[in-house]
Design a protein around this ligand. Structure first.
Ligand code: SAM
Length: 283
């Protein structure tokens, strides 16, 4: 009897640090796949070696942001020929701040079965460890590295009524946190979740404004997730509101500044407007 998984694409999640976080099902699939596709073929080979699974003579194809339509067509050809295609990211859940979205889309559109062997993702692992509200959350992934674009994205997040989750590099962390403190509010509860599941795993929690200071004093290394609690959960002092408003008024109209600070702090618009008038000397 033919394998019912023939012509299927399976997204296999790999560990985010601790190699033993691979699932039994992921190992079965890596063993049984007839075609292996990986964002980074070397790391998949290393992971398989570690668990005693040989690549053997099976095709092992590289699929990443720059592989383009040619590689996508190649994977589709394998699926059409009845292959069991396993696709793995370098670490964690495929497609989460990683390539593969287009592959899933075209494979399903071509009538192939697409399924997943789930496992860890840094975003969810960090969320469960952070001690911030988990009932609603918003995954932003990596912020743009250009300052203007980064601040624009942050401004669009001020009113999100849930915990915000960002992926960040140690190099850009200080700049991103400073912008977050300025735009989202220095009093918002925040967490840096670093090196999850690895030897130097660390969770640092503080108000956003204080976290910037901590990072300046002891810059963290390794892989990092930043989480920011929802505005409503933060305790915002009148001084925080005045500080945020003064900064917002320096670059925006009074109307926009009031809307931004009110959304970021959860403070009533009327109260923020009164404070804006006071700052502008119009009261
Ligand atoms: N697909 C992955 C997932 O499911 O989490 C994410 C891939 S993304 C290209 C890599 C980023 O995820 C890192 O720069 C870091 O921000 C975060 N990350 C991955 N592993 C991590 C870990 N062990 N601890 C903290 N952050 C991690």
């Amino acid at each position: 009897m033919s394998d019912p998984r023939a012509g299927h694409l399976v997204l296999v999640t790999t560990p985010i640090g601790n190699a033993r976080d691979i699932t039994l099902r992921a190992l079965d699939l890596l063993r049984e796949a007839t075609v292996l596709v990986a964002e980074d073929t070397r790391s998949l080979r290393r992971l398989m070696d570690m668990h005693g699974v040989a690549v053997g003579g099976r095709p092992l194809l590289a699929y990443h942001d720059h592989s383009g339509p040619r590689m996508r067509d190649k994977v589709l050809d394998h699926l059409a020929a009845g292959a069991l295609v396993v696709y793995a990211s370098e670490a964690g859940t495929p497609l989460i701040a990683d390539p593969g979205y287009d592959l899933v889309q075209v494979a399903r559109a071509a009538g192939h079965g697409v399924t997943a062997a789930p496992g860890p993702s840094a975003a969810v692992t960090a969320l469960s460890l952070a001690g911030l509200p988990t009932d609603r959350f918003f995954f932003e992934g990596f912020l743009p590295s250009a300052k203007g674009a980064r601040r624009k994205v942050l401004q669009s997040l001020t009113a999100v009524p849930g915990t915000l989750i960002f992926y960040e590099s140690p190099k850009r962390l200080e700049k991103s946190l400073s912008d977050m403190a300025e735009i989202l509010g220095p009093a918002r509860a925040a967490v840096i979740a670093r090196e999850l599941t690895k030897r130097f795993e660390e969770i640092r929690s503080a108000a956003l404004g204080d976290l910037v200071q901590l990072v300046v004093e002891a810059p963290p290394k390794g892989e990092i997730v930043v989480l920011v609690g929802p505005a409503a959960a933060a305790e915002i002092s009148p001084e925080d509101i005045t500080e945020m408003l003064t900064e917002a008024l320096a670059s925006q109209s009074a109307k926009d500044a009031v809307a931004q600070v009110s959304a970021a702090t959860g403070a009533p618009r009327r109260q923020v407007y009164k404070e804006a008038l006071a700052i502008l000397g119009k009261s």
